[in-house]
Design a protein around this ligand. Structure first.
Ligand code: PRP
Length: 208
């Protein structure tokens, strides 16, 4: 018997794009278009229930099994290493995780480098693999401010169009990894709803 599939989507532009893909593949849930502050939307016919979740929380909902599947940026998977299955690269929401700093600034690699970032784990592994000591300054947004105010030497952050860096006189020093949106599944959901989740994955595969 087919069961309801619970899907965690990242609130925001990427999530809307992802929902439209799901809708075009037969997983529509018309009530989602109602302009409301509701966070859960269900469609009995297509057997889908969508949750709008803060993008950085999608993997938590999926890991805990509150959602069977979800769509999340590879940056979040690298940072938090959740215990989930990564089923598919959707090839959207593309950006790069980069080290960036002030244009033309001298690099202080002879002493502890101060790194401002939302991604301490990614930053630490990057510098550790180069044998460099760093001090992490964990921020939650507007990371680009840190080097401008001399609070950090560099930042490790996501670069999409490069506009934010450019407008703040910063430049990419190194590219750490390419990022894109991934379709993920809870491990036991995948075991118990294998056919349905694989069907969803295969439809997505045909669309991306
Ligand atoms: C992200 C990222 C950069 C910006 C990069 O920030 O942290 O600041 O987008 O995009 P761009 O290369 O196209 O300019 P976000 O908008 O998520 O806001 P934040 O400052 O709260 O992290």
């Amino acid at each position: 018997m087919k069961e309801m599939i619970n899907i965690a989507l990242p609130k925001g532009r990427l999530g809307e794009k992802v929902y439209n893909i799901f809708e075009s593949l037969g997983y529509g849930c018309p009530s989602i278009h109602e302009n409301s502050r509701k966070l859960i939307f269900e469609d009995e016919k297509n057997l889908v229930r969508y949750f709008w979740v803060k993008p950085s929380d999608v993997a938590i909902y999926v890991e805990k099994g509150a959602a069977d599947v979800g769509v999340v940026g590879k940056d979040i998977l690298l940072e938090y290493e959740p215990d989930i299955y990564e089923l598919l690269d959707l090839g959207i929401g593309k950006c790069r995780m980069c080290v960036a700093g002030e244009k033309g600034a001298r690099r202080h690699e002879d002493r502890t480098i101060r790194v401002a970032t939302k991604f301490p784990h990614i930053a630490l592994s990057y510098y550790q693999s180069r044998g460099l000591d760093i001090e992490i300054i964990k921020l939650n947004g507007s990371i680009e401010l840190a080097p401008l105010l001399r609070m950090s030497d560099v930042i490790v952050d996501i670069v999409e169009t490069g506009t934010t860096l450019k407008e703040n006189n910063l430049e990419v020093i190194d590219e750490i990894v390419n990022i894109s949106a991934r379709f993920i599944s809870n491990k036991s959901s995948f075991k118990f709803k294998t056919a349905q989740i694989n069907e969803m994955k295969n439809r997505l595969l045909g669309a991306v």
